[in-house]
Design a protein around this ligand. Sequence first.
Ligand SMILES: Cc1cc2nc3c(=O)[nH]c(=O)nc-3n(C[C@H](O)[C@H](O)[C@H](O)COP(=O)(O)OP(=O)(O)OC[C@H]3O[C@@H](n4cnc5c(N)ncnc54)[C@H](O)[C@@H]3O)c2cc1C
Length: 458
Amino acid sequence: MIAIVGGGASGTLAAIYLLHEAASRRTPLRVALIDRHGRHGLGQAYSTTHPAHLLNSPAATMSALAGDPEHLTRWAAEAGLAHDGFLPRRSYGRYLSESLAAAERSAGPAARVSRITGDVVAIRRCSHRPLRLHLAADGRIDADAVVLASGNLPPAAPFPVPPDRYIADPWEPGALDAATDGSPVAVLGTGLSMLDVAIALTDAHPRTVVHAISRHALLPREHSSPRPAAGVSAMPAIRATSGTLRLSRLIREVRASTAARPDGWQEVVDALRPQIPGLWAQLPEADQRLFLAHVARYWEVHRHRVPPATARRAAALSSAGRLSVHRGRVVAASDQHGCVRLRLDRGRSTATELAVGWLVNCTGPASDITGTADPLLRHLLEAGLARPDRLRLGLDTDPRGVLRGADGRPAGDIFALGPLLRGSRYETTAIPEIRGQAAALARHLLAGRSAVRPGSAA
Ligand SMILES: Cc1cc2nc3c(=O)[nH]c(=O)nc-3n(C[C@H](O)[C@H](O)[C@H](O)COP(=O)(O)OP(=O)(O)OC[C@H]3O[C@@H](n4cnc5c(N)ncnc54)[C@H](O)[C@@H]3O)c2cc1C
């Protein structure tokens, strides 16, 4: 039995690749796919039902199957879904769920997946089975191996917040419902999630206005129309000399490639992206920290781009006065007679005050896993089954994704994939990276399993 904790894109892709691997080896397999919200196949990103919440990457790059890049676009055509290259995220959730069901059909009955709705709060080693997972509602699941696919850390509140008017994570089920009463809303952060929240809230009530706030007021750039392949990579492979790479050299090389293609910076960013996990591992820790402190915000707005339709919606909301972007740092928030009063420090210009009905946190995943309130992650860290990576962005693993315990040794039977690997790979949250990790993990987990002899029990 392999237990996967988290039924989002990472857990679902892991289950799909495990089924494919089991089918090709003709080996029996049982997988438990456990999700605390029952959002199997959907997770945080793909459970939205709003039709204007689009994929931020072209469908052509989002196939679940690395060996079949047109799998998603073919599925969309067969499902009769018209699109301009960017599918609604809810359709992608349906695609992942159907891809899992198809993998089950082709691997079954010897290989099966049970979808379990439950909150895993602890993992313990016990004598008769290597691992026992404890659920919040008193259930237990025994497993030979566990794959942690629990996703991003929830955003952390950057200052004391008024609890009754604060939405800590817009992607929790039903999180935005209260904020659809027509009162003004402040959103912390000016990235992709802010745009989705602004679209959802202004659609839900005709009077709602949204104030988006971030220190640099940087908005995600827009995707350009696809252009014909140039024939040579927009970003040649960067090789470190004697195993070490410096951030300054990386920035120089990216600038040179961008200068050589003044109209094609998008191609440079896209060509650099698959190299990032390898390059990140070669940067000294000091340079990784420098990148996080000063460069990451510029990389993110160029790397995570919006589809043209989303850019048009945002422009229309701005010109209608329903979306304003503010540069500044919120230094205080107080609840005054049912409204939130925010004080913004805007550097050299004068401080500003904003009065809103709701405050939504879209600042992205928390940057220190040791401060997490998540019961399972806290338990793993406290029990010494896991340790933070050196930047504390996620968990420390070996190159195969095996969790390292408090003593630094890989345990061998607990694995992680997706956003939990941010510290060691940096680019690890999007589908192309996750499907690569899921495929490698499935091969590793089923390596050495023998085929079932004809006539033997599954
Ligand atoms: C709004 C948004 C848009 C995105 N758009 C794109 C895009 O266009 N293209 C792209 O490539 N990537 C996109 N991404 C990034 C990427 O696809 C997601 O980050 C990816 O879906 C991560 O999936 P995950 O399964 O690791 O995490 P999640 O989707 O968060 O799933 C984790 C699941 O685990 C469950 N869970 C956590 N802990 C436990 C526990 N202890 N017990 C049981 N269940 C647990 C959670 O409830 C959750 O359902 C987007 C991300 C977001 C947030």
